[in-house]
Design a protein around this ligand. Structure first.
Ligand SMILES: CCCCCCCCCCCCCCCCCCCC(=O)SCCNC(=O)CCNC(=O)[C@H](O)C(C)(C)COP(=O)(O)OP(=O)(O)OC[C@H]1O[C@@H](n2cnc3c(N)ncnc32)[C@H](O)[C@@H]1OP(=O)(O)O
Ligand SMILES: Nc1ncnc2c1ncn2[C@@H]1O[C@H](COP(=O)(O)OP(=O)(O)OP(=O)(O)O)[C@@H](O)[C@H]1O
Ligand SMILES: O=C(O)CCC(=O)C(=O)O
Ligand SMILES: [Fe+2]
Ligand SMILES: [Mg+2]
Length: 277
């Protein structure tokens, strides 16, 4: 209510995290192929020689067709909290396993301050919540989440690419201007700790100054009773355009595709009834 986020200690067991790690490693080694999965490499190494290993992978997105990783999205101890926000009809809309690499020296391992709602063409925002679980000790040395408490009470802001000298990862948009004097909280978390946060909460993550790959797994949930909105003419028009370009390049989709189309395909019901989304 006050802060827009809630940290629950020790919510996911070490054994489950180990299983997610193993599955991630198999995906990186291409031992398994997952339909719809997007593999992202850090912009600083995107054009370097391909290494078939997790050292090349910054993040995987859309693992909803991988039963082992998708188990994360269905865990009762997570859904118990999610349901407080979404109500009984729960969709897993967006899934990620983030493998923040040691920074290459260009600071491109940072994630600029943003609101996740910028990417979502559905509303209302209060029926959307993210669960993000630390897969190891995460603190300022390896790039923890940074939040601006209370910013979930504001509105959706204009997002653009930050002008960072060392380059920015594809689609890492940041809030164009936010009050730099607002207090920041660094969420230091231990393995298994989980933060639930509002899609308007302004947050980002710092550079990874260690030699390890900092891992977290997350899912964005929404009530199936949410409705899609038209983003043309809003601040979200730029992200719709970019996603359409990627869909065209990667999948050869030729008819114009909307942001709504890409989310309808990806969303998967975890509880209750798929009413709207
Ligand atoms: C049928 C319809 C299906 C619809 C699917 C549509 C997919 C779109 C994805 C939508 C994502 C929505 C995000 C939701 C987020 C929710 C809230 C969370 C907030 C965030 O997480 S913000 C960050 C989100 N980031 C992304 O979503 C990035 C997604 N990544 C990708 O799309 C791909 O990894 C990428 C970057 C396109 C590269 O993939 P791929 O094409 O396989 O890679 P190539 O090696 O072939 O390189 C092609 C080209 O891209 C350059 N490149 C590679 N990696 C990067 C990078 N990290 N940053 C910038 N540029 C990169 C590479 O150098 C190549 O360039 P050329 O000049 O040689 O063409
Ligand atoms: N998805 C969410 N993630 C994180 N915090 C949220 C989310 N949705 C709502 N909140 C916060 O939780 C608080 C409680 O929400 P809720 O809508 O139940 O009650 P309220 O807004 O305090 O009062 P009212 O019943 O008048 O709407 C909200 O004030 C809001 O700040
Ligand atoms: O750095 C992270 O793990 C989280 C980044 C983030 O906020 C996101 O992908 O939406
Ligand atoms: Fe985010
Ligand atoms: Mg309310």
């Amino acid at each position: 209510d006050e802060n827009g986020y809630l940290v629950i200690k020790n919510l996911i067991s070490g054994e489950d995290i180990e299983r997610f790690r193993n599955e991630f490693a198999k995906i990186c080694k291409k031992e398994i192929q997952v339909p719809g999965l997007i593999i992202m490499r850090d912009v600083a190494i995107a054009k370097s020689e391909f290494v078939p290993d997790q050292k090349a992978v910054t993040k995987i997105q859309d693992f909803q067709e991988d039963e082992e990783l998708f188990r994360y999205c269905t865990m009762p101890q997570i859904l118990k909290y999610v349901e407080c926000f979404t109500g009984p009809n729960i969709m897993a809309m967006h899934t990620m396993l983030i493998n923040k690499p040691p920074d290459s020296g260009k600071k491109s391992s940072r994630h600029p301050m943003h609101q996740d709602l910028h990417y979502f063409p559905f509303r209302p925002a209060d029926l959307i919540v993210c669960a993000w679980t630390a897969m190891e000790q995460i603190d300022r040395s390896n790039g923890c989440l940074v939040v601006l408490p209370g910013t979930h009470k504001g509105s959706l802001k204009q997002h653009d690419y930050p002008d960072w000298e060392g380059g920015v990862n594809k689609m890492y948009h940041g809030v164009r201007d936010y009050n730099k004097n607002l207090p920041r909280v660094h969420l230091v978390m231990e393995k298994g700790d989980t933060v639930f946060f509002h899609p308007l909460l302004i947050h980002g993550s710092g550079m990874n100054r260690t030699q390890g790959f900092r891992k977290a797994i997350s899912c964005h949930y929404a009530s199936a009773d949410c409705h899609y909105i038209e983003v043309k003419g809003t601040s979200q028009e730029n992200i719709e355009k970019e996603v359409a370009e990627i869909a065209q390049k990667k999948y050869g989709v030729s008819t114009p595709i909307t942001l709504k189309d890409t989310w309808m395909i990806r969303g998967r019901l975890v509880k209750g009834e798929r009413t709207n989304l």
